[in-house]
Design a protein around this ligand. Structure first.
Ligand code: SF4
Ligand code: SF4
Length: 136
């Protein structure tokens, strides 16, 4: 495949954090975020996480999509969950050219900035598969 993509996250943008949907965490994401805000993993989970049989996801406050979304951006940015860190290089977005183009409606960084080789994009997307094996 010889496709190449362009992407640069746009300063000040929080569109992907403000999009309807869930934020899923790996166990390591949970522990890192807890440590970052000086909570135990157990306390972090009690306050912020909804655990299903196979998945962990952030609880949604009534007024926004994510408990860590503020007007200034992500309050846990250095340790944000894997899906946040890898977006928009998710398998369902990068694997087909049409899907990548369509996602530009939601992400204004798509089509801008430096060139990303498709092989690199797919490698990044594979980190999503590895992080959330029950979702793919
Ligand atoms: S929507 Fe795209 S440009 Fe905006 S913050 Fe998310 S990744 Fe960056
Ligand atoms: S954890 Fe941070 S990056 Fe992820 S959706 Fe929430 S505010 Fe956005």
């Amino acid at each position: 495949m010889s496709r190449s993509l362009h992407f640069a996250c746009q300063q000040g943008c929080i569109d992907c954090c403000d999009t309807r949907g869930y934020v899923y965490l790996t166990g390591e994401d949970l522990r890192s975020a807890a440590h970052f805000i000086s909570l135990t993993a157990e306390e972090f989970e009690r306050r912020y996480v909804y655990r299903t049989r196979h998945l962990l996801r952030l609880r949604k406050p009534p007024d926004r999509q994510c408990p860590f979304l503020s007007a200034q951006g992500c309050l846990i940015h250095p340790v944000k969950p894997t899906q946040c860190r890898l977006y928009p290089f998710w398998p369902e977005i990068v694997e087909r050219a049409d899907d990548w183009r369509a996602e530009s409606v939601r992400c204004r960084g798509i089509g801008k900035g430096h060139l990303v080789q498709i092989g690199t994009a797919i490698e990044t997307a594979n980190q999503m598969r590895a992080a959330y094996p029950t979702m793919y």
